[in-house]
Ligand binder design. Sequence first.
Ligand SMILES: Nc1ncnc2c1ncn2[C@@H]1O[C@H](COP(=O)(O)OP(=O)(O)OP(=O)(O)O)[C@@H](O)[C@H]1O
Length: 579
Amino acid sequence: MKAGRKFRHLHRYRDIAAAFARNGFGVIVKELGLLRHIPFPRIPAEESNSHTRTTGERIRLFLQELGPTFVKLGQIASTRPDLIPAEILAELAKLQDKVPPFPFADVKKLLEAELGAPLSSLFDRFDETPIAAASIGQVHTARLHSGEQIAVKVQRPGIRAVVETDLEILQDLARAAEHRLEWASRFGIRDLVDELSVSLLAELDYTLEGRNAERIAAQFHDNSHVIIPAIYWDLTTRKVLAMDYLNGISIGERELLAASGYELRSIAESVAGAVFEQLFIGGFFHADPHPGNVIVMPPRPEKPGSGKTRENRGRSPDVRPVIGLLDFGLVGRLTPGMKGHFASLVIAMRRQSTDGVIKAIEEMGLISEMADRFKLRREVDLLREKYYQVPFSEISLSEAVNDLFSVAYRHRVKMPKDFMLLGKTLLTLEGVLTSLDPEFTVVSVAEPFGKRLLLERMQPRRLAETAAGYALEYAALLGELPSRLRGIFALMQRGKLPLELTVPDVDRIMKRLDRISGRLSFSIVLLSFSILMAGLIIGSSLGRQPDLLTRFPALEIGFSIAGLMFLYMIISIFRSGRK
Ligand SMILES: Nc1ncnc2c1ncn2[C@@H]1O[C@H](COP(=O)(O)OP(=O)(O)OP(=O)(O)O)[C@@H](O)[C@H]1O
């Protein structure tokens, strides 16, 4: 730990040490020397909760006592069922950062400084009592001079400095812990803290949240059943976020929803549909669909604010409720490749194919060189047996995600951050929706989206893109090959080529080349096959429209090229097989 930093943050270190002690972790910290040179506070036995609370509870209380940075750390850790035992995970999921609001005088001061004008000229009405107060910011309602009802999120004064100090301390603690504790380095807690730093610092910039909201809104461009509040950019800064006020009922208020005449099943379906649309289709997703962030609004013909409403006139009225999503501080991204792997994984699990599951996780590039494939296969087999003949609609998503993640953890399969967020999103979603309607199964809604994604991937245009992508990957790998080989030859010349080092290296390159070329030729075969099929279909319709060919001679050329390509691919595949 850097001494200067420690001295600067002495007060905070003492708070942390006291929180450790009060929650029964003092001994561990002291003995491991994590907070060496910090005067350790004496906590009377009756003030410690170590005998009255479970470990999970104490961890939750410890984090809650230390405020926003630690609460967020716990919330991020709660997205890691691969790392954290279920009992502790359940406690972390309860973490709330609701705190008393800060005074209106501070709100006014901050708004006027940030927006550069007196409050009365900015708003027609500004409600002094916030509708929600969290540790980073609080939300007020207001009305613009133009009449719109808006919600204004205002950042707590001085919060950035507090978070930055805590992050520095956490980085020091994580470094010390990894140095001394095997489990800490196994958990990769430094990575966890780095991950936390990135997402927490992003949450302190409300303009990023505004941009996330707009990106998700664009994904629902054609869906009038999902509303994302429009952002008022002229009233938004890094510390102020102004958006449409969504007037509805939180999805957590089951009784109120039922009493207001909503059908709970229909709400559950709409919310699951909205989430899967982001996961499988858009690829950019809201990763924190907890009840406070999902609200139900009465069916209405038009989306307010966004101006991107689909025309509804002339259609029979649609009674599905409208789902409003809020709070875009935590988002995940799935590249087209990841979406595809995810769909393949779901399909392989559904087909009970162990090889398919392993292939899918292999293709994600997740299996480390260290993994014991034999054991991994056996565990996936066990999972397969567990889910054997369980109807897809009865599978508990959270259990399946947990099972998969814990196998992944045991085999050191590295899950990318966005996959973790995907898992967390699914877990939160299932929790929220089953408490709304215990009979509802989330996967039943997932299936059509997965199929749609796979169908989309089989379209000739997509196949062409995929083939082009692999070709680029091929080219990049070939490009990097000479330098790698040069390196290997240099080592050989110097007689410093340990066999165990080079063989896996070359092997890895060859395997990758093999894989890419396999996929490349497969994609080209599919592509040319699709073009050929399209040619045949259009060709068969030419009988009815004989002038098409004369009008589009390029079609004829296209078919001939596609046919030749296809033939060439088949012949070369047979040839390479013979060799
Ligand atoms: N546009 C809005 N329309 C209606 N209510 C809103 C709106 N924005 C925020 N709220 C209310 O304020 C609450 C807190 O907002 P939000 O979740 O964005 O803040 P946060 O500081 O990120 O809180 P948390 O840490 O709980 O995620 C929401 O749960 C919701 O009840």
